[in-house]
Design a protein around this ligand. Structure first.
Ligand SMILES: [Zn+2]
Ligand SMILES: [Zn+2]
Length: 232
């Protein structure tokens, strides 16, 4: 069975209010395309930082800028107005695990997608707050990124880890570390996480797949779900 659980119903841009995108009609558009492509089960995983309650987890200025909507209204919309699985893309923020656990445990998710967009206070995938802005070596940025991904995976808080190669995708114009880059995918920190989601954007899928043989866990597009659903 084909599934896709890493879907966002609205873009990341300004001027994309929840009221405009969290509608039964919009969900139906996604459902129709999924059907065309043979995807029988679809789940949404909106970004945690779009919700005001995320500020209980982290108060980074970038999150403060985006936190506008109510997460419980999002949950109610997905449950009541759609047939989509209910997920969330939750950033791992080192040191905020307990706060994130409180946020997640307070709601009935079908699954939680974990991701790393920030290394400490710096962003991997945007110009603002960019991790590349301080001139730190590519070697160091990559090492810190993959250590953070491993740290996130080891928490056991996430059912799926999203786009594990984000540093490569968005650091495309930045200097690359030397040598065989697959050594990062072999990092021992990853050993404890068996589930990965090959969801990085910008045409990275092929190069991600070239890493897959080197990942120790079972590579699946979608991993187990919460609440007693079957493994897929
Ligand atoms: Zn995402
Ligand atoms: Zn993401």
């Amino acid at each position: 069975m084909l599934t896709d659980y890493h879907v966002h119903l609205r873009p990341d841009d300004d001027g994309t209010p929840a009221a405009q995108y969290f509608t039964a009609g919009n969900a139906e558009r996604y459902r129709a395309v999924a059907e065309e492509r043979g995807i029988s089960e679809l789940g949404v995983a909106e970004h945690i930082h779009r919700f005001t309650q995320s500020l209980d987890v982290w108060q980074h200025p970038w999150w403060q800028k985006w936190a506008r909507d109510d997460v419980d209204e999002y949950c109610a919309f997905v449950r009541e107005d759609t047939d989509l699985r209910l997920g969330i893309e939750a950033d791992f923020v080192a040191g905020r695990e307990d706060r994130l656990a409180n946020f997640l445990d307070a709601r009935e998710w079908d699954y939680v997608v974990g991701s790393v967009h920030f290394i400490a206070d710096e962003a991997v995938d945007m110009d603002e707050w960019s991790v590349w802005g301080r001139g730190e070596s590519a070697e160091k940025v990559w090492r810190r990124y993959f250590e953070t991904v491993g740290e996130a995976a080891r928490t056991g808080m996430f059912d799926i880890m999203a786009h594990p190669d984000l540093v490569k995708v968005w650091g495309g114009d930045a200097p690359k570390p030397g040598g065989d880059l697959r050594r990062y995918a072999c990092a021992r920190h990853w050993l404890s996480c068996g589930h990965w989601c090959a969801a990085a954007g910008r045409g990275s899928r092929r190069s991600l797949h070239s890493w897959i043989d080197h990942l120790p866990g079972r590579i699946v597009k979608i991993s187990r779900k919460r609440r007693g659903h079957e493994h897929c």
